[in-house]
Design a protein around this ligand. Structure first.
Ligand code: NFK
Length: 205
């Protein structure tokens, strides 16, 4: 199976959502002096490519490790939505989404990942688009932008309350061809937190 890495790199000082604490990644032991290597990673859970779990924006006590593994993988499809400030339903979407578990939105925003405009000018999901995902029993929606919405985060709340996980800050979506069958996998580590960084991968079938 050909594997396409859809993840942003995790590194010291990597981009974070405005207001979040910065990521610190330091080498704490060096092979030459300590005879082994080790690293310390200090991060919030919403840096880089990550999955938002229900606890992120709902008043629930369900950690990301309490969500079944089957929610983090499944049959994927991709929707191209370049140059749209509001992502609305189009006539061709029902056919693309039919029988799929995970919907990826390719907006092209990852070309300015880390710049101010990435966080300030990203498109948002129309609520009827979110409703269409819920009526199709979609498990997870992912995109190459930092958020599906802005304050007061109506799309986040709607998606999570309809058991749809949110996969943010993807890249390399141009490497998946239109109409190609693929499996999407984006597993969090087994951590007691609201959300978690993931390695997002498309396995071309
Ligand atoms: N309980 C279910 C999943 C679940 O609760 C859930 C999955 C995705 C997004 C939100 C969820 N829960 C919302 O309250 C399970 O772990 O299989």
């Amino acid at each position: 199976m050909k594997l396409i890495d859809l993840s942003q790199p995790v590194e010291d000082g990597m981009p974070v959502y405005p207001g979040d604490s910065g990521v610190r990644l330091k080498q704490t032991r060096i092979y030459g002096t300590d005879h082994y290597s080790n690293h310390r990673l200090e991060t919030e859970m919403h840096a880089g490519t990550h999955v938002d779990g229900p606890m992120h924006m709902l008043d629930v006590n369900k950690h990301i490790c309490d969500i079944g593994l089957e929610h983090f993988c499944g049959k994927g499809c991709i929707i191209r939505s370049h140059n749209e400030s509001i992502i609305r339903i189009r006539d061709e979407y029902p056919d693309i989404i039919k029988g799929k578990d995970i919907v990826l939105l390719h907006t092209g925003m990852d070309s300015c990942y880390g710049k101010k405009e990435y966080y300030l000018n990203h498109p948002v999901l129309d609520m009827s688009f979110c409703e269409m995902l819920a009526s199709n029993n979609i498990k997870m929606v992912g995109f190459d932008m930092p958020s599906p919405d802005r304050f007061p985060f109506e799309a986040h709340k709607y998606l999570l309350s309809h058991r749809i996980l949110i996969l943010e800050n993807l890249t390399n979506l141009d490497k998946i061809n239109d109409g190609e069958s693929f499996e999407l996998m984006a597993f969090p580590i087994k951590v007691k937190s609201d959300s978690c960084m993931v390695r997002a991968v498309a396995g071309i079938l």
